[in-house]
Design a protein around this ligand. Structure first.
Ligand code: IMP
Length: 178
């Protein structure tokens, strides 16, 4: 039996929302040195679309954070890589993420980035999952709220599969669950 995919957010809705988020970011950061810190790997497609809609100057950098490995549930342990190499002191920083789920990854990332002396630090996430045991994270720029279900597509994967789907889908793995 193959994994089953159910459409959740269409490519068209994503395109429209990404343009709106870009406008909001532009309005809030005119004239300020802006850095987008993109969280690898899941946020790459979202970030690529978002960047091309932002009409003010900015620089980009990348961090890597993972809490899932090959599982479809968060392990709770967050690994960060490369964040100490970022040059963000004095910059207005927006962390660009695909999905905030338990909030553990984002909380760890924000704590690490705060040590590097940014002027401001905000979160832009395409999706916000509502989970009971969530760590509260303040999200300034949010694409969509979604239920607590595992999703793939538009950069998000399940064991490295499905990233290239143009929309967001709910995944029900062939082993059941989801
Ligand atoms: P958190 O630490 O639980 O908030 O997990 C955030 C990270 O887990 C995100 O950056 C994603 O990479 C991954 N993640 C969380 N939920 C999903 C999902 O439904 N599909 C794919 N990846 C997810």
């Amino acid at each position: 039996m193959a994994d089953s995919l159910r459409p959740l957010i269409s490519a068209r809705r994503i395109r429209k929302r990404v343009a709106e988020l870009a406008r909001q970011i532009e309005e809030d950061h005119r004239g300020a040195p802006l850095t987008l810190v993109i969280v690898l790997k899941g946020a790459t497609i979202f970030a690529a679309d978002l960047m091309r809609q932002i009409g003010i100057p900015f620089v980009i950098d990348f961090v890597r954070a993972s809490s899932y490995g090959k599982a479809a549930r968060s392990s709770g342990a967050v690994m960060l890589r490369d964040e100490a190499l970022l040059d963000i002191a004095g910059h207005h920083v927006i962390v660009v993420e695909d999905i905030v789920d338990t909030g553990l990854t984002m909380a760890a990332l924000l704590a690490a980035l705060r040590q590097l002396g940014p002027t401001s630090l905000d979160v832009c996430t395409l999706l916000h999952k509502h989970v009971a045991a969530a760590r509260p994270v303040e999200i300034r720029y949010k694409g969509f709220d979604i239920p607590d279900k595992f999703v793939v597509g538009y950069g998000m994967d399940y064991a490295e599969r499905y990233r290239s789907l143009p929309g967001v889908y709910r995944l029900i793995p062939k082993s059941g669950g989801g």
